[in-house]
Design a protein around this ligand. Structure first.
Ligand code: UTP
Length: 314
């Protein structure tokens, strides 16, 4: 069996990044030269996924426009004869198809009902086939050829799993920002391993490990029953983590695939992690990375001398 569908939730409000996200989706914020969601779509298409469903919401039209053809822009660029730029703005993924559906805000509520509710909107699209979920606000950067999704789908199918989750090792104090898993006793944590629990945003002293969910999942259709039975949890939202926990507690096989040293997770959901992502990608930019690194070195020296911010110029 081949898994070829992916669900990309992009319906969250992004309140932690206000005011930048007041009238634009956080998934459209640039990291280096591209908006975050473009990295996610490219990551999925490069790893062979063919049918992409974006779960959108209010204020998210610019995401649909971004992946559409823009004849006016093409016409303008044709007159400049800049072929590279022409290729770069054509973001219709080759060999793949993007679908959109909208996560509605429940009647009487003021915000969407959470990531778990967003995934629920994919049920008709996946039609009982196993599928990938990739959060639209998180980049997984791989040095070399990306293969995380194929490691995950293999683990999922080989173990008849109901859910398979990418995880990474976080600092002790960072567990409060993520879903955190409890590996099976004696598991080799450098290889895919089964879990016996998962907890949403535990305090460091209550965290069952330092392995946090890394924004990529594979699910079987069982996740939909679990989501239907899940009540609002942390933040009053239907938490995907709580539905996975339900599956674990029913004794169903849930596996994790750890990120490798050449894989980095960039969650852009809060200002600090967004700034870090931008800096890393900007410093690595083939055209202006070197100049920026020089600028940063000089700026850091100013800070060390207590002089601070204003360096200006180029
Ligand atoms: P977050 O957990 O970061 O939530 O979403 P958020 O609502 O976007 O941001 P804050 O907490 O207000 O700052 C993780 C991913 O899940 C999607 C988001 O778009 C993001 O890609 N999401 C979240 C949904 O699609 N629907 C939701 O109801 C919540």
């Amino acid at each position: 069996m081949r898994i070829n569908k992916v669900v990309i939730p992009v319906a969250g409000l992004g309140t932690r990044l206000l005011p930048a996200t007041k009238s634009q989706p956080k998934e459209m914020l640039p990291v280096g030269r591209k908006p975050v969601v473009q990295y996610v779509v490219e990551e999925m298409v490069e790893q062979g996924l063919r049918y992409l469903l974006l779960i959108t919401g209010s204020n998210k039209h610019s995401i649909e426009n971004h992946f559409d053809n823009d004849p006016m822009l093409v016409e303008r660029l044709l007159s400049t004869e800049d072929d590279d730029l022409l290729r770069e703005v054509d973001l219709r993924p080759e060999g793949a198809q993007i679908f959109y559906t909208r996560q509605m805000i429940p009647p009487g509520a003021k915000k969407p009902a959470g990531l778990g509710d967003a995934v629920r909107h994919a049920q008709a699209f996946v039609n009982d086939d196993p599928f990938v979920v990739a959060l639209g606000d998180t980049i997984i950067h791989t040095e070399g050829k990306p293969d995380l999704i194929s490691r995950m789908t293999q683990t999922h199918l080989n173990n008849d799993a109901v859910a398979t989750i990418a995880v990474w090792l976080v600092e002790h104090d960072a567990t409060r920002r993520y879903g955190v898993v409890k590996p099976e006793e004696g598991a080799d944590l450098t290889q895919p391993f089964r879990i016996t629990d998962i907890v949403e945003k535990p305090t460091p002293d209550q965290a069952p490990s330092r392995y946090a969910v890394a924004a990529r999942y594979v699910f079987g259709g069982q996740i939909f029953d679990a989501l239907d039975a899940t009540l609002p949890g942390h933040g009053g939202e239907i938490q995907l983590t709580d539905a996975i926990r339900r599956l674990v507690r029913e004794g169903k096989p849930v596996y994790c695939v750890p990120l490798r040293p050449n894989e980095t997770r960039y969650d852009i959901g809060n200002p600090e992690s967004y700034f870090r992502a931008f800096v890393d990608f900007a410093f690595d930019d083939p055209q202006c990375g070197e100049k920026l690194r020089r600028h940063a070195r000089a700026l850091l020296e100013r800070y060390e001398r207590g002089e601070g911010f204003s360096l200006g110029g180029d």
